[in-house]
Design a protein around this ligand. Structure first.
Ligand code: 8OZ
Length: 370
């Protein structure tokens, strides 16, 4: 049975959500070459404002942090103006929206960098795989290892992006510390081979991500800052030799910061939940705050885990692509539209803003049957 508490309002600190369903950050690659958003994104996010909370698609905090063509930015005045139209549209529908702050680190390509420079990373370790450039997929390169003396510059980029997100009307920001991007590259030892105070021990590997979190909190406040982690996902060729103690320590440190929420991808991002053993309840126990569970959830699993005290918010990704009114559909038990994978990242309106919501007649029919 669906847990009805999922459909009731939830107070995320000072932010009242209309329900406990969160639309996951979903890269859709429809921004301009400059990272601007416009009419298409306004319509897309407006259609999905029935989620209790939307987390925006991952958004570049700077050119250096960009790893995929046609992803949006939050580092220019034009970016702020474009996003302001999106947040206004979501708010007009009674929704709430956080912006996800993104720096990809080594998951980039010189074609996406200013002056064709190398991508930056904690260490010069090349990931397997390919980058998505404006000319298609190109193999990743060996990144340039960041000097410790450069890190304040990156922190300043996070701070500027946070201020910009606030100016653009977002309800908060989510620090992207998952899926093999920059902060995750510092955390997990598959990409962090440093021998300074930013590498080696767990304490050292957490140092830069926590400095970023502290700076972002300083730039706004803890109630408006969430964070996303993915302890075992293999996305972007990243792994850690011993993730359980690493992420338990990280979550303890995050808990001390009193963040708005902890967003955890349980298992492989977009894949199986349980093919790698990991104790997520141990993370939940270490975080004194709102726990957002993600990956492969439907309303039944979310209801069960909410009932068992294992999550507060449930974050759903792909079903929101094809079902703008997903929460309504789950509530009335209506069938879900199937998403078309060919248009997930294809650009343009098709497969983006043309998935149908239920009509009032459909709704009446399902409500009657329920
Ligand atoms: C899919 C395609 C491109 C980027 C992530 C931001 O995994 C992403 C992403 C996902 O967090």
């Amino acid at each position: 049975m669906v847990d009805h508490k999922l459909f009731e309002p939830f107070d995320l600190g000072p932010i009242r959500l209309s329900n406990r369903f969160v639309m996951a950050p979903l890269t859709r690659s429809r921004a301009t070459s400059e990272g601007d958003v416009g009419d298409l994104q306004v319509e897309y996010y407006r259609q999905r404002a029935g989620a209790g909370l939307i987390v925006s698609e991952a958004t570049n905090i700077t050119v250096e942090g960009r790893g995929y063509a046609f992803t949006p930015g939050i580092y220019t005045d034009e970016h702020v103006a474009g996003w302001k139209r999106v947040t206004d549209a979501v708010h007009a529908e009674g929704g709430k929206i956080f912006l996800q702050l993104w720096h990809v680190g080594r998951i980039s390509h010189p074609d996406l960098q200013e002056g064709g420079q190398l991508p930056v990373a904690p260490s010069a370790v090349k990931p397997e795989g390919q980058a998505f450039t404006e000319d298609g997929f190109k193999p990743h390169v060996t990144p340039r290892a960041l000097e410790a003396s450069e890190l304040p510059r990156l922190i300043a980029d996070y701070v500027r992006a946070t201020r910009n997100a606030r100016a653009a009307g977002f309800d908060g920001v989510e620090v992207h510390s998952a899926n093999g991007y920059l902060l995750d590259q510092f955390l997990r030892d598959g990409a962090n081979k440093r021998d300074d105070e930013y590498g080696g021990s767990i304490e050292n590997r957490m140092r830069f991500p926590l400095q970023v979190v502290d700076a972002v909190v300083d730039a706004w406040d803890a109630e408006h800052v969430g964070i996303r982690i993915s302890p075992v996902t293999a996305a972007n060729d990243l792994a850690d030799t011993d993730p359980q103690p690493l992420f338990e320590r990280y979550v303890e440190a995050l808990s001390q910061r009193r963040l708005a929420y902890l967003h955890v991808i349980e298992g492989q991002t977009g894949g199986p939940r349980d093919n790698i053993a990991f104790d997520y309840d141990a993370l939940r126990a270490r975080f004194d705050g709102v726990y957002m569970g993600n990956n492969g959830y439907d309303a039944d699993l979310a209801g069960e885990r909410l009932e068992a005290g294992k999550l507060d918010l449930v974050c759903i990704g792909r079903p929101f692509i094809a079902n703008p009114d997903l929460v309504t559909r789950l509530k009335v038990g209506a069938p879900l539209n199937e998403g078309d994978k060919d248009t997930f990242y294809a650009g343009g309106a098709e497969g983006y803003v043309d998935y149908p919501a239920l009509t009032p007649e459909d709704l009446a029919r399902y409500a009657e049957a329920a």
